[in-house]
Ligand binder design. Structure first.
Ligand code: FE
Length: 336
């Protein structure tokens, strides 16, 4: 039986059962997105999964404070930046699995295998169909052009997705050019950053701005929604893939790492290996409206409707490495 805990409501240590094989998973994914496949894993392997759900930062401080006694085996987060932080803080260890190395593309895992990607997400540009000619769009760099003055909606700089986008620009253009870019974005904002990615898409539909920067799965959720207001958003707001003649669109991952003191290392590896099979990859990416990391896994019809795109093949550990500098640049550029 799958056991679920919620951080904040359950503060004692997990009780470690003596007999059954088990794995303790600390996850920052909404549990509805992950529970069905964990139940399938239990059925298939007889390994029990204990799931703790919480924010990535809370889960990481919990692992830190639990120290060597931590029951944590696996940590799942939704951005490479967070996984890099877990590695930098010494909270995780090497994932030793030839299967995972061969199934997951190199750019989507840590070079020392201290974390691996499980789904891929793209951060792209969305535009108002009736007010923007997609021919006038081209790259992230082009968003600072004067023609977009007062027309862009994008969320705050405290959000790791924007930090990771800026971290990728630092790698490509260096710090000074990236700071100039961040200033240009701030100058072209339609409003002070507010809300999450979905709010930026809704703001375009409502006419408050003409362009939004958003991860694709938020748009995917709206595509699958039956609510009239969501249907209006996808009717009026369309996806644009930037930098297709160059390095490609910015991508990130949701992924996992094995905790440094994992009491159930073998079971943790088994769960990760289970998650990169073609079937589980297809399912996991579909419920999250994301892309599989495994090339042979099928992509959902909803996601297929966004069209094919070329992803930037930067090793995602760079996003973590450049994160602090990205935050400082956005701060100096007054990106709220
Ligand atoms: Fe998200």
């Amino acid at each position: 039986m799958l056991t679920r805990y919620f951080i904040g409501t359950f503060l004692t240590f997990l009780s470690l059962s003596l007999a059954a094989a088990e794995v303790n998973l600390y996850s920052s994914r909404k549990d509805i997105l992950i529970v069905p496949l964990l139940e399938q894993f239990e059925k298939q392997t007889g390994i029990e999964v204990n799931l703790i759900t919480g924010k990535a930062s809370a889960l990481m401080s919990r692992i830190k404070s639990e120290g060597e006694a931590s029951p944590a085996d696996l940590l799942i987060t939704v951005d490479a930046g967070n996984l890099h932080r877990a590695k930098a803080e010494g909270l995780v260890q090497r994932v030793q699995s030839k299967l995972l190395e061969s199934r997951i593309p190199e750019a989507l895992r840590d070079p020392q295998m201290h974390w691996v990607g499980l789904t891929r997400r793209a951060r792209t540009i969305f535009y108002a169909k009736d007010r923007v000619d997609p021919k006038t769009l081209s790259t992230y760099e082009n968003l600072v052009d004067d023609q977009w003055k007062g027309r862009i909606c994008i969320r705050s700089s405290s959000n790791i997705y924007n930090q990771s986008l800026v971290a990728s620009l630092i790698e490509v253009h260096g710090e000074d050019a990236t700071e100039a870019w961040a200033e240009g974005i701030v100058a072209n904002m339609a409003r002070k950053p507010t809300g999450g990615d979905t709010d930026q898409l809704r703001a375009v539909a409502a006419g408050q701005c003409d362009l939004a920067v958003s991860n694709t799965y938020y748009y995917g959720r709206l595509l699958d929604s039956k609510r009239a207001e969501d249907e209006k958003v996808v009717d009026t707001v369309k996806v644009f893939w930037p930098n297709q003649d160059g390095r490609g669109a910015h991508v990130n991952i949701s992924g996992a790492a094995i905790a440094k003191y994992a009491p159930n290392y073998e079971e943790a590896i088994k769960l990760l290996e289970f998650m990169v099979s073609d079937e589980v990859q297809a399912y996991y990416a579909e419920v999250n409206h994301e892309f599989p990391v495994v090339a042979s896994a099928t992509v959902s019809e909803t996601i297929k409707s966004l069209g094919k795109f070329k992803p930037h093949d930067l090793n995602l550990s760079i996003l973590g490495k450049n994160n602090k500098r990205a935050v400082m640049i956005m701060d100096r550029a007054n990106w709220q």
